[in-house]
Design a protein around this ligand. Structure first.
Ligand code: PLP
Length: 452
């Protein structure tokens, strides 16, 4: 008999309230409404336990890149579970899917990145980053190079290292973070923080905050700079065109490693395989997760450039780091099948040539709405920033209330978007069709009208 018993929505909500501690949730708020139980999904749509059909404008949590309901992934997982459900990749062992996945990822990564260290999530990937860059500099005879520079409002996960690398003050306030050896510089958020500067001027200013911080700390103390190509959870913040070229110049000048967090941008989101290729970056390390398996099973990793990998391999001895589920065979088999689908169905080309230009042209029209201050986006990432006054960019008195209201109206009207303060963000599955983009934008308009 199956262990899955069917319960009514009310029964599930009661059990949920009694037993389930949710991530990133105010339980008092949850208790009042009861959790929305999502029961099934297909393509870009979800169905909740009340039978409501909802367009998933967030691809889960930026992860279901190939869309829901791909039976091929279930089939490879089933076969792999029967063949080898688990074995570790510690102590001179490996399994076929993990080896094949490492090779397949190296093929799509920038040319100088040929190795993968597997993890179980994006947060674990960033824990690995922290340890790996410090190990690298130790091996290079520069043990003083320990500090990692990150950005305010960046997101790199929720473990102690991930939350410390991230620059979310609300996370830092809970638990005495960041840990020592991690410092933050301003984000390249022109619409919100650019003041009188034009975007290009502001991009240079924001990048030069890195140089100022390196000078302040001393280059012999700085190990790496970590950043998302586009800040996702911070509100889809797209750096001005001058930002990344200036960052590259500064890192080369001071010989500091570049870590590009590809957990959201990786696996096609920008219309390139990785955000690093979209912005023409040459990272030393790229943490990945999410789209790596399209979220069908948990898996993450760090793609490691030759400079760091060769040092670890040739001079490192044993690296005392790894996770029980590093290179999990079932997750790796799913990752491999996900990559086969992305490649054979040319989904990344579809994003670049069709879906992204269409989505961006459609959401641009939302800028005409009287609640909307700015619409921005790259690939299949988008943000709609709401303001009280378009001309002056004046914010709402109660920060986040309008964003939350719109988000809730959206869900009630069959669309998932997320609210980051008063910014609505979207990141639909990469396979979204033009008519589904029309539906997404029409529903977004309707909710803005209802909120206005
Ligand atoms: N890095 C980035 C850029 C992310 O957006 C996230 C999650 O949203 C993470 C890391 C953490 O990934 P996970 O939630 O799988 O630990």
């Amino acid at each position: 008999m199956s262990s899955q018993i069917r319960h009514t929505t009310a029964e599930l909500q009661a059990m949920d309230a009694a037993h389930y501690l949710h991530p990133f949730t105010d339980h008092k708020d949850l208790g009042a409404r009861g959790a929305r139980i999502i029961e099934r999904a297909q393509g870009v749509y979800l169905w909740d336990s009340e039978g409501n059909q909802i367009l998933d404008g967030m691809a889960g949590l930026w992860c279901v890149n190939i869309g829901y309901g791909r039976t091929e992934l279930a089939e490879v997982a089933y076969k792999q579970m029967l063949e080898l459900p688990y074995y570790n990749s510690f102590f001179q062992c490996a399994n076929p899917p993990a080896v094949q996945l490492a090779k397949a990822i190296a093929e799509i990564a920038p040319a100088h990145m040929n190795h993968v260290f597997f993890t179980g999530s994006g947060s674990e990937s960033n824990d690995t980053v922290l340890r790996m860059v410090r190990r690298y500099w130790d091996l290079k005879g520069k043990p003083g190079k320990k500090t990692i520079i990150s950005r305010i409002n960046g997101y790199h996960g929720s473990t102690v290292a991930g939350a410390s690398l991230g620059g979310m003050s609300v996370m830092h306030e809970q638990g005495d973070l960041p840990i020592p050896g991690i410092v933050h510089i301003p984000q390249p958020y022109w619409y919100g923080e650019g003041g009188d500067m034009d975007p290009e001027e502001f991009g240079l200013w924001a990048a030069r905050q890195l140089e100022a911080k390196i000078e302040e700390l001393g280059e012999d103390k700085v190990a790496a700079f970590i950043a998302e190509p586009i800040q996702g959870a911070g509100g889809v913040i797209i750096p001005p065109s001058t930002y990344w070229p200036e960052i590259k110049r500064i890192l080369a000048k001071y010989d500091i490693l570049l870590v590009v967090d590809e957990v959201i941008c990786g696996f096609g989101r920008t219309g390139e395989w990785f955000g690093s290729q979209y912005f023409d970056l040459k990272p030393d390390l790229m943490p990945i997760a999410k789209g790596m398996t399209s979220g069908y099973l948990p898996m993450g990793g760090v793609i490691v450039g030759d400079r760091v990998a060769n040092t670890l391999i040739e001079h490192g001895g044993e690296f005392f780091h790894g996770y029980t589920y590093s290179g999990h065979p079932v997750a790796a088999a799913v990752g491999l099948e996900n990559l086969r689908i992305l490649r054979e169905e040319k989904i990344v080309d579809y994003v670049k040539q069709e879906a992204a230009p269409y989505l961006q042209s459609k959401i641009a029209s939302l800028a005409e709405h009287r609640l909307v201050g700015e619409v921005r986006g790259v690939g299949l990432l988008g943000a709609i920033e709401l303001v009280k006054n378009k001309a002056t960019r004046e914010r709402f008195a109660e920060k986040g209330s309008t964003g939350t209201l719109c988000r809730d109206l959206c869900v009630r009207n069959g669309l998932v978007m997320r609210a980051v303060g008063d910014t609505l963000i979207m990141s639909p599955p990469l396979v979204i069709k033009p008519e589904e983009i029309d539906e997404l934008v029409a529903k977004a308009w309707r909710c803005l009208d209802l909120a206005a």
